[in-house]
Design a protein around this ligand. Structure first.
Ligand code: PNS
Length: 159
């Protein structure tokens, strides 16, 4: 049984993330979507809100778990007995950060494999930060995020 941790900020989850979860499930037996709690960032949504949005959007597939973690990703992966960390790659601009993170994680936990999947072409320009910005200015988000996230963004940004 191969368990993959799919870590990220997910502030909020987008259709690009959902696409990666779906495709991860074609390769791995279980995918743990792991919301990173980073105290130095000021997220739009709390970790609990982000997890609830992911659960609702990912549906009730028993092979998907949603969790949060603080501290190092490699320690969380170890606790979960995960052999793999799954990440999406959109453009070359993602590569530098992912390359650095992969080598650092490998140094910290040599047994852990980082696996990258190319985000489907219809989502390669989608990011949570752009989604937040579009939402803040009242732009159209249809097709970029799941419906529950679209509603939650409208609710949050109207208050
Ligand atoms: O969605 P993001 O913001 O690109 O995700 C980045 C994330 C959460 C995967 C990365 O920042 C991370 O792994 N954070 C946990 C802390 C950690 O392990 N840092 C060392 C990385 S080498």
């Amino acid at each position: 049984m191969t368990v993959a941790v799919y870590p990220g900020s997910f502030d909020p989850i987008t259709n690009g993330h959902l696409n990666l979860i779906e495709r991860g499930l074609r390769v791995f037996d279980r995918v743990i979507v792991a919301v990173a709690i980073n105290r130095s960032k000021k997220p739009l949504f709390s970790p609990e809100e982000r997890m609830a949005m992911i659960r609702e959007a990912a549906g009730d597939d028993p092979r998907v778990d949603v969790a949060s973690f603080t501290g190092l990703l490699v320690d969380f992966a170890r606790e979960q007995n995960a052999a793999v960390v799954l990440r999406g790659l959109r453009a070359i601009s993602d590569f530098e950060f992912e390359f650095q993170m992969t080598h650092m994680n490998r140094r910290l936990h040599p047994g852990l494999e980082m696996v990258f999947m190319m985000t489907d072409e219809e989502y390669f320009f989608v990011s949570s930060s752009l989604v937040r910005e579009i939402a803040a200015f009242g732009g159209k988000l249809r097709g970029l995020v799941p419906d529950n996230v679209e509603r939650k963004l409208a609710e949050r940004l109207s208050t």
